[in-house]
Design a protein around this ligand. Sequence first.
Ligand code: PLP
Length: 353
Amino acid sequence: MGTCIRAWATPVFEQRMSMLEGGVGAVATASVHAAQFMVITNCCSPGQNFVSTSWLYGGTYNQFRVYMKKFNIDNTRAVYIETISNPKHSVPDIAAISAVAHKHGIPVIVDNTFGMGGYLSRPLVLGADIVTHSCTKRIGRHGTSMGGIVIDGGHFDWSTSGKFPGFTEPADGYHGMRFWETYGYKALSAKLRMDSMRDLGPCMSPFNAWLFLQGLETLALRGKRHCESTLALAEWFEAHPSVNWVLYPRLRWHSHYEHVKEVMPNGGGGVLTFGVLPDEEKIKGGVTPDLIRVSVGLEDFEDIKHDFEQAFVAVGLKPAVKLNGDPFNQAMSLFNDGFMKDLGTAAPKPVGN
Ligand SMILES: *Cc1c(COP(=O)(O)O)cnc(C)c1O
């Protein structure tokens, strides 16, 4: 029962994350995969499905593609997206997707890990219903702890569509109590804690919650630095003779540039992808381009640049054959021609986390 009672640091952490994201409650978990699993199995029963995209964090893609299939989930009960998708860094229109989902009486779940705990993006404010978050990366930053969290937006009506009997019908594990009737708009966070956490047990350790609280103290400072350095690195790569292409949503020619400026005014995030290998001959010969993903740290930008310069020299990179024309579409066509066709069988090798 300790899993749902929680030591003191955990509720404080949950409350702060909930406030940062604009939710009504939160449930901290051992990892974000545990959080995703709990949310999705609360929305979908065997025989129902959720809609997502293949442009997902690799671990999530596999959880959905392989593990979730065991539950024979079919018949849509949720939509699942990420704030900034991998590796194109596309930024979905959360407001528009939510409007469509709500028309069909189903909730929208957003993995906001790249949204940095609300610093860059607040999906609940844009219309999404549930946010999940890996705390392991930008929330903690210190690398001492692992964890995830679910934040309940508190505006999804679990009753009118009639699609969620787990919320409206008497709960077996709670003497016939009905979660929607008892907890109203906090039904999801109540059910996650009382049902899933009690029965499955993937809780966050209170010590990790305490460490994540230390991380939150500097979230805004770090968020600013990550975004500034990543944009500077993207621009430096763009001009670098050994770099063939670079994708970052705050580069002017990225297809989502205007949308990103509007929905993420604080910056484009701390991750970019770039390629160094291909010349046209190699691509024609079927050699796939090398995609490198960088999660930019807090070091002084000159040090970051120096590290890359050293690495380029160490691997003996020659000047790349620069792409002519529209860089976004050129980079996309490299993806589409090559290994990005099937993420399941040929996932890119990320650098950093
Ligand atoms: C890292 C990451 C995850 C996995 O997080 P864990 O806490 O390690 O389970 C999921 N989604 C995104 C977008 C990530 O970056």
